[in-house]
Design a binder for this molecule. Sequence first.
Ligand code: NAD
Ligand code: UGA
Length: 454
Amino acid sequence: MSFETKIVCIGAGYVGGPTMTVIADKCPDVKVTVVDINQSRIDAWNSENLPIFEPGLDDVVKRARGRNLFFSTDIPAAIKEADIIFVSVNTPTKTFGHGAGKASDLQYWEKTARNILEIADEGKIIVEKSTLPVRTAAAMERILNSNDKGLHFEVLSNPEFLAEGTAINDLFEPDRVLIGSHQTESGLAACQKLVDVYAHWVPRDRILTTNLWSSELTKLTANAFLAQRISSINSISALCERTGADVDEVAYVMGKDRRIGSKFLKASIGFGGSCFKKDILNLVYLCGYYGLPEVAAYWESVVKINEWQTHRVVDRMLETMFNTIAGKKIAVFGFAFKANTGDTRESPANLVVRDLLAEHALPVVTDPKAIPDAKRDLKDVIEQVSFEEDPYKAAEDAHAVVVCTEWKCFAELDWKRIYSSMAKPAFVFDGRNILDADALRKIGFEVTSIGKGK
Ligand code: NAD
Ligand code: UGA
C-alpha cells in the first residue's frame, strides 16, 4: 500500500513508542515507522512482550502494527523516506563538564540531527518531541541547514504531555496538543502539516500553535508547575504532622476552590519519574544562564523539598521504631515511581531503600511490575536487598511495611493476614496515604501516614 504521508520517529522509548502507536492507530492513511539504535527494544516492540508496561497499549499496537505501524533499526532507510521526522530520544541531565547536574545532555539529540543531515537527500520537517531547553531548535536548525546539499529543514516543537500509566488515554484525549513553529511562510506551512496529522482525532480547538520558543518553554514550565504543587503540599504535610491538621483534608478543601483545583495535591513521599527533576533542573540552569539567579533559586527549592520529603520517610521510621531499625526486616511495598507502570526512573523508593541500608535495616522489595528494573537500579547494593514477587512473603517477619508506590493492589491486600505474619509491634508507613489507617489500627498495626498527626 502506498501512503501519502510518511512519519518516522527516532527513539522507541516511553514517549516515541506510545505516541507513534496512537498516531498510526488514528491515521491509517499515514505510514509510521519507529526506529531506535537499541535492537532489543525494537525486537520487543515487534513481539508479544512490549518493552514497556502501559495499560491499553498492547491492544492499540496489535491493531496498527504491520498495517501502517512499523518498528525497525534501519534508521537510514526510515530517514530517507520520511516527510516528517519526530525526534524522541532521551535528554538526560548532563553528568559531566559545564552545567553538570543541571543542564540537559543534548548529545543524543545532536547525533540524531547530524544523522538526518548525512542521510537526507531532500528537505524535511523535523519535530522536537523530546523535552528540550528553550532555544534548542535554533541550534538544531543551524546544524541541519548548514549543509552544502542546498536542503532546507523546518524545525517544529511538539512537546509531549502524556503521563506514564495513563499514556494511552492522555494520547487519545489530550487536554491540548502544542505545536511551536517559526512564524514564517515555511514555518507555518510545516506547522499546518502537523496540525493536519493531529486533527485526525484531536478537536481543532485543542491543537494550540505558538512560536517555537514559547512551545519549548511551555513544556519545561508545565512540568515545573506540576511538580511545584506536589512540593507545596508535601511541605504542608510536615506542618500537618506537627499541628494535628490532616493534609488530605487540607488538600481536599483547598482543591474545591476552582482557582486552585484538586489535581496534583496528593501528599506523598515525593515525586519521581524521569522528567520532573530533570526538567526543573534544566529550568534552573537556563535561569542561571540568562542571569536570573532569584528565579533559579525559586525553582530549585521544588527539587530540594522533594528530596527532603523522601528522606523524612526513614527519619520518621526511626522516631517511631525506638530509634533503631538496624537488623530489622522492612518490607518495601512498591518500587515503580508511580502506580500502573514498571518504570523506576528517579523513583523515591530507590532513595528510601538506600536510607534503610544506611541504617543497616534489611529491605525486601515487592512490586507488581517493577522488580526487574528495581534489580537494575539497586545493582550496586544488590547483596543487601531482597526481592519478593509476593507481598505477603515480603511482609513475613518484617518489623514494618513502607508503602512507596500507590498501587491499588496494596490497598486490597488481606492486612489481617499480613499482621499475623509480622514481628510485633507491627508498623506501617503509608507513604502514599492509600491504606485505611483506622482499619489497620483496629487490626493492631501502628500506622504512620503522610501529613497526619498520630
Ligand atoms: P527513553 O529513554 O525511554 O527512550 C529514548 C530512546 O531513544 C531509547 O530507546 C534510545 O535507545 C533511543 N535513542 C537514543 N539515541 C538515539 C539515536 N541516536 N538514534 C536512535 N535512537 C536513539 O526516553 P523517554 O522516556 O521516551 O523520553 C524521551 C523524551 O521525551 C525525553 O526528552 C523526555 O524528557 C520526554 N518526555 C518523556 C515523558 C515520559 O513520560 N517518559 C513524557 C513527556 C516527555
Ligand atoms: C509527568 C507529567 O504529569 C506529564 O504531563 C509529563 O508529560 C511527564 O511528566 C513528562 O514530561 O515526563 P509522569 O512523570 O509520567 O508525568 O507522572 P505523574 O503522574 O506526573 O507523576 C509524577 C510523580 O509525582 C509520581 O511519582 C507520582 O506518584 C507523584 N505525584 C503525582 C504525587 O506525589 N502527588 C500527586 O498529586 C501527583
